[in-house]
Design a protein around this ligand. Structure first.
Ligand code: BGC
Length: 749
């Protein structure tokens, strides 16, 4: 009896212990890797397969039996995309999925202010949390190689150092909310035309020096939890399953511990997907956005075909377990993070963030005779001209299209600010694209106007005669073949007879301001006939307010161009060397369903953007790094912490910046490095440091910029390593790539 009681007590005790014991994978106190080991050991083959591919347009399955919720993702990168139906591209019709549209990433890059990236990432993360999203498909960091690139507006310009510096805080800010970034499109997706069939041929040097650094920074410094493979090919393999870029570089050299997500419809083959580094497959058979096979998820390359492959012994579970391990890590970082905040949507703080970023990102390109800011004493009548003054830009452009709670349009912003004091009249000037619909979201705007080009121009000219200021708001839009995913622009010129309109207005008025809305440079043959030129990007919800801030001087412009504004297309290396869009040939591997591939050879090598114009002595319309202010600055007294630098040492440059004008403003000090003598051909100079500084009138500050050996190195193709060579270097300091004011020489030993 006694014995029986003892046994009973033991059973009860162990039952209590079991009931109380939290499984390791659920124990927050345990290290994530241990929790992953535990979870993985409990998963069936079917469960493992289920977590590595989509189950709906934007979600993948969790592990319900173990308490892992479904995983939800969404575009990206400028706001949280509205919900579509489970298995359709049609709108889900939610009434709580309107968001704040933040400025496009070109505008963010133009702030040259990493603090703005942090605010951007955090605010977006808060919106994503409220909307129940665990991963945002962004940011994008493909290099602007040609101004025709349809998606450049979603990226951070032409310079690897600028893009690297700006992407890191975005990723950190977003992920600090427990929402994963998904940095895209890795890699070499530098234009859109034939994006599924372009095979990029590029030197190792250009790959490592120009096209990879921003991704590397996002991974190594930003600690991005996910990265999206690009549609195009490199070394004849699609980038969503590419042995070299994913296994060797990303997961090998950079020790990426996150998840490689396919672009939607970017996965083409089970064998390659299994072996070449893809972890999560999304959007297959959707061709990006349009075509679709219903409920195809079980047929995904990483679904049933993979199970069959494992069961038949074709594959072991080695690759599968690695993929699942990464996916679980992503779960623990996001959906299984019990400390995640709840998030909130469309808050005043998010609008404020959007406006601050926009105010800092708008670039004053030209201001002849200081006609800006608008002088309230002279402005009794203002004429606003152009479709972009009244057109919503948050709808369109491809997957980054949004459904916004509000979008202040430029005309509206100006009218609100001037109130009854000033007559703000409007003339259409040109008709562009009046459709205003993307993927089921409609702007509801009625922009149709059947008048002829000449009539529209004549009306604008007539009205301009009585105006104290004429502000043309033009540029591109988010329609196909403009700044839009899926295609590139067909021409560098402004579309819709805008050149004619601007020329005509320039003859009529002395105070002509041109506000360009775009994510790319455009030809400006009339530049010298126009007083002021403002680059106003796609700004999102606060567009009208921010543009008005800058035009009125309520914000002192401080943006700097993140790319070179070529005078003509031929001034850009990719076009001068006739490398775009490439040469067609038969595909070696037809598994992707393409019998033809187009080889696009990046013949200009590392000479992208200002590296090309510098080398060839080409004067751009506006240089990389250029941007004016309503105040003036001086830079003086460049000092360096030592005469020499050692390979493992650092060198700090200090420069005194002074606000010599009468308004508070910001200047961005830019540090370029020039290698005086090198065994390989190197760019004339390369950006290796910058700092933005705000100064009151008359105030001066010392600005420090520190470099290390990385700033001096080039990628040595013979050894496959970064190399810096002993000898002399110049530190060139200025406020634009074509305005170097100070120089100082140092030695590397
Ligand atoms: C785009 C991606 C986007 C995905 C999901 C693709 O067509 O290239 O950038 O994240 O669709 O919408």
């Amino acid at each position: 009896m006694k014995h029986f009681i003892t046994i009973c007590m033991m059973v009860v005790c162990s039952m209590t212990a079991n009931a109380q014991q939290t499984p390791i994978y659920l124990d927050d106190a345990k290290p994530i890797e241990q929790r992953i080991d535990d979870a993985i050991a409990r998963m069936t083959l079917q469960e493992k397969i289920r977590v590595i591919h989509a189950q709906s347009k934007f979600s993948s399955a969790g592990i319900p039996r173990l308490g892992f919720p479904d995983f939800w993702t969404d575009d990206g990168p400028h706001g949280v995309r509205p919900d579509v139906l489970w298995d359709e591209w049609d709108q889900a019709g939610q009434t709580n999925d309107s968001c704040v549209a933040f400025p496009a990433l070109t505008c963010l890059a133009a702030t040259w202010n990493p603090d703005m990236s942090l605010i951007y990432g955090k605010s977006l993360g808060e919106e994503a949390l409220y909307r129940g999203k665990d991963m945002i498909l962004g940011p994008g960091v493909n290099i602007n190689r040609t101004p025709l690139g349809g998606r450049n507006f979603e990226y951070m310009g032409e310079d690897p150092y600028l893009a690297s510096t700006m992407v890191v805080p975005y990723v950190q800010g977003l992920q600090s909310m427990g929402v994963s970034a998904c940095v895209k499109h890795y890699c070499l997706n530098n234009d859109e035309e034939y994006r599924h069939q372009v095979n990029v041929v590029v030197s190792d040097r250009a790959l490592h020096e120009i096209y990879l650094p921003a991704f590397k920074a996002a991974v190594e410094q930003g600690k991005a939890w996910a990265i999206m493979g690009a549609y195009n090919l490199y070394k004849d393999e699609h980038n969503c399953h590419n042995q070299y870029t994913l296994n060797k570089i990303l997961k090998g050299d950079w020790a990426f511990d996150g998840v490689v997500v396919s672009d939607w419809g970017g996965c083409h083959d089970t064998d390659q997907a299994v072996k070449n580094g893809l972890d999560m497959e999304f959007g297959s058979w959707t061709n990006g956005l349009s075509a679709g096979t219903s409920n195809a998820y079980d047929n995904y390359f990483l679904a049933t075909p993979y199970i069959i492959g494992i069961q038949s012994g074709k594959y072991t579970t080695k690759e599968l377990d690695d993929k699942v391990r990464r996916v679980l890590r992503l779960f623990f970082r996001t959906t299984m993070n019990r400390n995640r905040p709840h998030g909130f949507l469309c808050s005043e703080s998010h609008y404020e963030a959007a406006r601050r970023i926009a105010d800092e990102g708008i670039v004053l390109l030209q201001n002849k005779g200081n006609i800006l800011p608008i002088d309230r004493n002279k402005a009794k009548r203002i004429l606003v001209v152009g479709e972009n003054a009244i057109k919503m830009m948050t709808v369109g452009g491809g997957s980054s299209s949004l459904k916004v709670q509000r979008e202040i349009l430029p005309l509206e912003g100006l009218r609100q600010r001037f109130g009854n004091d000033v007559v703000v009249d409007y003339a259409r000037g040109y008709v562009g694209d009046v459709s205003g619909e993307y993927n089921g979201v409609t702007t509801g705007q009625k922009l149709k106007d059947n008048r002829s080009e000449s009539k529209l121009i004549a009306e604008a000219v007539e009205k301009a005669k009585n105006a104290d200021y004429v502000i043309v708001v033009g540029g591109l839009n988010k329609s196909d073949y403009q700044d839009c995913e899926g295609h590139d622009r067909k021409q560098y010129e402004l579309p819709y007879a805008q050149n004619r309109l601007i020329e005509a207005l320039a003859k009529t008025t002395k105070r002509l301001v041109y506000v360009n809305i775009s994510g790319n440079a455009v030809a400006m043959p009339w530049k010298d006939k126009v007083g002021a030129i403002v680059q106003a990007w796609f700004i999102g919800s606060e567009a009208g307010n921010a543009i008005t801030d800058v035009l009125t001087g309520d914000a002192n412009p401080s943006g700097k161009l993140p790319f070179t504004w070529y005078a003509s297309l031929n001034d850009c290396g990719a076009h001068a060397l006739n490398t775009y869009p490439g040469t067609w040939r038969s595909a070696k591997d037809k598994s992707a369903g393409f019998s033809k591939i187009i080889d696009e050879e990046y013949k200009e090598g590392v000479y992208v953007g200002y590296r090309w114009t510098d080398k060839n002595n080409i004067k751009p319309t506006f240089a990389f790094g250029h941007g004016l202010s309503y105040t003036t600055f001086s830079m003086s007294n460049l000092r360096q912490s030592a005469k020499e630098m050692t390979r493992d040492g650092k060198l700090t440059f200090t420069v005194t910046v002074k606000n010599t004008g009468s308004k508070r403003g910001a200047e961005t000090v830019q540090l370029y490095i020039k290698d005086i003598k090198s065994s390989v051909d190197r760019p004339v100079k390369e950006l290796k440091g910058f700092k933005k500084v705000w100064l009151e009138p008359g105030e001066q500050k010392d600005v420090d910029m520190t470099i290390d050996n990385n700033a001096l190195a080039y990628y040595d193709e013979t050894t496959g390593t970064w190399k810096s060579e002993d000898g002399e270097f110049d530190a060139l300091v200025g406020n634009a790539s074509d305005n170097i004011m100070l120089k100082s020489r140092f030695m590397l030993k």
